[in-house]
Design a protein around this ligand. Structure first.
Ligand SMILES: Cc1cc2nc3c(=O)[nH]c(=O)nc-3n(C[C@H](O)[C@H](O)[C@H](O)COP(=O)(O)OP(=O)(O)OC[C@H]3O[C@@H](n4cnc5c(N)ncnc54)[C@H](O)[C@@H]3O)c2cc1C
Length: 575
């Protein structure tokens, strides 16, 4: 094994701290490694740069893409390891990394069972949520994604105040809504069962207000990180917040610790079994972002779905001691269309446009009034298509268009379906509205003549449920995002019930793909391809195991949790 270059500690160090394993960052990858090592009896320290722990993972959907999960099997969905491997090979192409893919496939299912045994986290299988490229060889039409079930966070006690909150735009009356619950909220105005379900959630919300002054019912990423952290704290694990790692400590035998900045001054932390870097990639490193994705440099608001602490620190610290940062990925980022929403304080908040783009009666156009893709594609592919048609000197911007029937039946973004009010979104300029398609185009700043032509052409075929231009509704993924009660095509219908509406979306970031090259043990490799002893990486600091493509929902958190588990076992001598 090659040894790491010697690093001199330049700053004065005020105190020392010893542990077995130091984890830098506190998102899904970090908490997975920390909890695994703690279960195996190691003395672990997690350090988090920001005031709140959990990173982007706590804000996320918390979904984990894990082929061949025991949860899927238990529900009668049979997956095949060979098919999953074929999918990876096909999607990653020349960037396929046999060693890391095998490690992921070997350990993913085991990781799920481990956390169900050793933490309150419970995973549900999202059957019927196909892989984003489900028609590729090895792609699954039933899907491979799992979601963290809702969890009552009372056991977190006072630590709950330190857990990063979800995006405010993703909550409803302070309630967190699980992936599996979205359908109830969207149909509460027209289905009695759904209305009763939402009413029950409201009652629980009121109960929690009396218990804790907030919701205790955590969903999505909050449930995942809250559950892992709760088990970690219960076993005596330490987590310092507002404690950024500044520099790795390495000698000829490898990495032995790091310098951490705290309110009391710098601390030299030594870690006998190793250090893991999991600082969440580089979405807020403006220089690297501009280098890898020039469009992004002009549109900083694209990035703020991620916490501001994700500035690529882990990657920089590892590069400083000779680690290899691999920038060759299919896409530099994981993208999603993002809406910017004025809030009551006069600022702007972001909300990902994950849902309803593929419903009948919805299309998306660029400023020139032309459609550019099958709107029902995954949020990543939709954004990639938008970027492709945007001139390099312009910001990638599109408009999601729909009619009154869509607004009241499905809703769009924060404008929920009937009976929820929506007119305040017109008043504050978020929702553009026009009595005709021409009026709407003028209001929104879209080419009016072209938009009229686009809508007439689309409507002509949409009345028969066809989309000859982009073939929406012809694969399992599109159909899963459509309305099964709409015929003949659950994904295609005309825009013909005035008034008409438009919401502007930007190509935003939900993750970075380039990262530190590791082997299947999660060890970071140097420029010669040798492991740097004592240094591990996971999450978005690690080179994407997919080769840098968003192949399915959960394909960053699934590998993040799995490599965290692998590293936790490695440092504990359990591998
Ligand atoms: C709205 C939204 C929904 C999403 N939904 C999903 C989903 O359902 N499934 C999925 O797979 N992906 C999803 N993603 C993407 C996913 O959130 C990220 O890819 C993932 O959370 C990254 O995890 P991580 O462990 O690498 O980093 P993070 O969870 O971001 O954690 C990194 C932490 O490191 C800290 N840190 C940074 N520098 C330092 C330092 N110097 N010292 C100490 N700490 C430091 C940061 O402050 C941060 O808290 C979503 C993203 C968004 C924005």
């Amino acid at each position: 094994m090659a040894s790491a270059p010697q690093t001199s500690v330049k700053s004065p160090v005020m105190r020392k701290h010893e542990c077995d394993f130091l984890v830098i960052g506190s998102g899904a990858a970090a908490m997975s490694a920390a909890l695994t090592a703690t279960v195996h009896g190691l003395k672990v320290l997690v350090v988090e740069k920001e005031e709140k722990f959990g990173g982007a993972s706590a804000r996320s959907g918390g979904c984990a893409w894990i082929p061949c999960s025991p949860q899927a099997e238990a529900m009668g969905y049979h997956d095949s390891r060979e098919e999953a491997e074929l999918f990876f090979r096909h999607e990653a192409g020349t960037r396929y990394n046999h060693e890391t893919v095998q490690a992921f496939l070997d350990n993913g299912p085991e990781m799920l069972s481990f956390f169900e045994r050793h933490s309150p986290v419970r995973f549900g299988f999202l059957g019927g949520f196909p892989d984003y490229h489900c028609d590729s060889p090895g792609g699954s039409k039933t899907g491979r994604a799992l979601y963290p079930k809702n969890w009552d966070a009372a056991p977190l006690g006072k630590e709950l105040a330190r857990l990063r909150a979800p995006l405010r735009t993703g909550t409803f009356l302070g309630m967190q809504i699980g992936v599996n619950e979205v359908g109830y909220y969207m149909t509460a105005g027209r289905k009695l069962g759904s209305a009763l379900y939402v009413l029950k959630c409201l009652m629980l919300r009121i109960r929690d207000q009396f218990r804790a002054g907030r919701t205790l019912r955590l969903a999505l990423g909050n449930s995942l990180i809250g559950g892992l952290a709760s088990a970690y704290f219960e076993r005596g694990g330490q987590l310092w917040t507002q404690a950024p790692a500044k520099q790795l400590i390495a000698d000829n035998d490898g990495v032995t610790g790091a310098i951490i900045e705290t309110a009391e001054g710098l601390v030299e932390v030594s870690a006998k079994q190793g250090v893991m870097i999991a600082t969440g990639g580089f979405p807020h490193d403006s220089a690297l972002r501009a280098e890898l994705f020039p469009h992004g440099a002009r549109a900083p608001e694209l990035w703020n779905m991620f916490p501001y602490g994700n500035t690529g620190d882990g990657i920089k610290m590892a590069k400083d001691i000779g680690a290899h940062f691999e920038r060759d990925t299919k896409s530099p980022l994981a993208f999603s269309p993002v809406m910017r929403l004025p809030n009551v304080e006069g600022g702007l908040e972001t909300m990902p446009a994950f849902f309803n783009r593929g419903m009948p009666g919805v299309i998306a156009v660029t400023r020139d009034g032309k459609r550019f893709c099958n709107e029902g594609r995954s949020y990543h592919d939709f954004s990639v298509d938008l970027i492709k048609v945007t001139p390099p000197e312009e910001e990638p911007v599109a408009w999601i268009l729909f009619d009154h029937r869509v607004l009241r039946r499905y809703g769009m973004g924060p404008a929920y379906p009937w009976p929820m009010p929506y007119k305040h979104y017109i008043r504050n300029g978020f929702l553009k509205c026009g009595a005709t398609i021409h009026d709407l185009a003028v209001e929104a700043g879209i080419n009016p003549d072209q938009l009229e032509q686009t809508v007439s052409r689309y409507n002509l075929h949409a009345r028969e449920g066809r989309d000859p231009e982009f073939h929406r509704g012809t694969n399992a993924f599109d159909l899963a995002g459509g309305d099964p009660e709409h015929g003949p095509n659950p994904c295609v219908g005309p825009l013909d019930k005035a008034p008409y509406y438009a919401i502007r979306v930007f190509a935003g970031c939900v993750g970075t793909f380039p990262g530190l090259q590791t082997n299947g043990k999660g060890e970071v490799l140097n420029e010669n391809g040798a492991a740097i002893p004592g240094l591990y990486a996971g999450g978005n600091d690690m080179l994407s195991v997919t080769g840098g493509d968003y192949i399915s929902g959960g394909c960053t958190i699934g590998p993040g949790l799995t490599f965290g588990y692998i590293v936790g076992n490695q440092v504990s001598g359990r591998a």
